[in-house]
Design a protein around this ligand. Structure first.
Ligand code: W6P
Length: 382
């Protein structure tokens, strides 16, 4: 059908334009941004459709069919718009796509775990599929959010905070994690925040909050399980150091929670693995027709568990763009290092190393910027 062949064309012949936070921060003219997005978003959605289709036998997985149809629909709706439609129509379309795709993480992780169980792929291949898929998703989400933010009727602003203050963000994340910890265990280990530098840099505060919340939840859980009480843990506070130079902001989270066995260090970055529930939970859910809960993170009491969906760490790494590192001293503790580009000039890591169809040279010649796909840039990307 016409839409299908147009989608194939967008996916294969056109290339997305990887962006930097600095570039997005300066996309403040709604009309100009809309013109750009009317072309850019369909390219990105079409590639997401192709990524799903690159999985052998994808049609036999309900989650994969669902994901594919959500992106095909987003593609169709954007292509149905023209420059002549007004800003409000465009705005409502973006909002609607965002709303309809709200449970995408749940669907794609569930689908990927099902694919994995059926042995068509290795853990490594499935993890790379999810890294690419979710990194790309974060990129489109930032671009859409930027448009929605700068056209907000009340207070138009960028999705990127040009003066993001990591200390403030970490304090908030630490408070939230501690509250959750107290809810589940009745107490929470101390968290020391060491602010050395008075750093301000362009970043998406919500993303930094999410990453630090994930890291701190892990540290809190480890310390709680190692020392039975606040009193016993008092001498071993979780320490967050925030510092850096002109180029890089570094955040280190250190805990004395007993560390991670070195043999398990790979699993920490796997979407297939979770300490909380069996890794095949999604498959079981998919197989029993009854369970259609979209609620990915809830306990019986409706409060988020301290260890939940099992994707916090790999997903955090997608939000950073690649430089989140975990070092363990077994039987002692764990250090997490987060490196962020202070200038906001790190390019979005649109990975193209898997599931990529060769693009004819002739199609690349005319000005579409091409993503080299190599190397992990120093973070701050989408
Ligand atoms: C742990 C396990 C972990 C994962 C991520 C961050 C910190 C920690 N601490 O024991």
């Amino acid at each position: 059908e016409l839409l299908e062949s147009e989608m194939v064309h967008f996916a294969r012949a056109l290339r997305p334009h990887p962006m930097t936070l600095q570039q997005i921060l300066h996309l403040t003219d709604p009309a100009a941004l809309r013109t750009f997005l009317l072309e850019e978003l369909p390219i990105r959605y079409a590639r997401r459709v192709q990524l799903v289709e690159s999985l052998p036998n994808w049609k036999s997985y309900p989650s994969m069919r669902m994901i594919r149809s959500l992106y095909a629909e987003a593609f169709r709706r954007l292509r149905a718009l023209t420059q002549d439609d007004n800003e409000d129509t465009f705005r409502r379309t973006l909002q609607d796509i965002k709303r309809k795709n709200a449970n995408m993480l749940f669907h794609v992780v569930r689908g990927a775990r099902a694919v994995r169980t059926n042995k068509s792929f290795t853990d490594d291949q499935v993890n790379r599929f999810l890294d690419e898929f979710l990194t790309a998703r974060i990129g489109t989400d930032i671009l859409s959010s930027q448009y929605l933010s700068i056209t907000r009727p009340d207070s138009p602003t960028s999705i990127i905070n040009p003066e993001c203050d990591p200390v403030t963000v970490v304090r908030a994340a630490a408070n939230d994690a501690a509250t959750l910890c107290r809810h589940h265990y009745g107490w929470s280990p101390p968290i020391d925040i060491v602010d050395v530098g008075q750093v301000r840099f362009p970043f998406i505060s919500q993303y930094l909050n999410y990453i630090m919340f994930e890291l701190l939840k892990n540290s809190l859980r480890a310390v709680v399980e190692r020392y039975g009480s606040r009193q016993a843990a008092e001498a071993y506070p979780i320490r967050v150091v925030i510092c850096g130079d002109q180029d890089t902001v570094v955040l280190r989270v250190s805990d004395c929670g007993g560390g991670i066995p070195l043999a398990d260090m790979d699993q920490v970055w796997s979407y297939m693995f979770t300490t909380a529930k069996p890794a095949c939970e999604e498959v079981a859910a998919a197989n029993s027709a009854s369970s259609e809960s979209d609620d990915e993170d809830s306990d019986d009491d409706g409060v988020a568990p301290l260890a939940g969906f099992g994707c916090g760490l790999p997903l955090s790494r997608c939000y950073v763009g690649g430089w989140l590192e975990l070092n363990s001293i077994p039987e002692f503790g764990t250090d997490a290092y987060l490196y962020l580009n202070r200038s906001g000039n790190g390019q979005e890591a649109l990975r193209t190393d898997i599931a990529e169809l060769p693009v004819p040279e002739s199609l690349l010649a005319n000005g579409n910027s091409c993503d080299a796909g190599g190397g992990a840039p120093l973070a701050a990307e989408l």
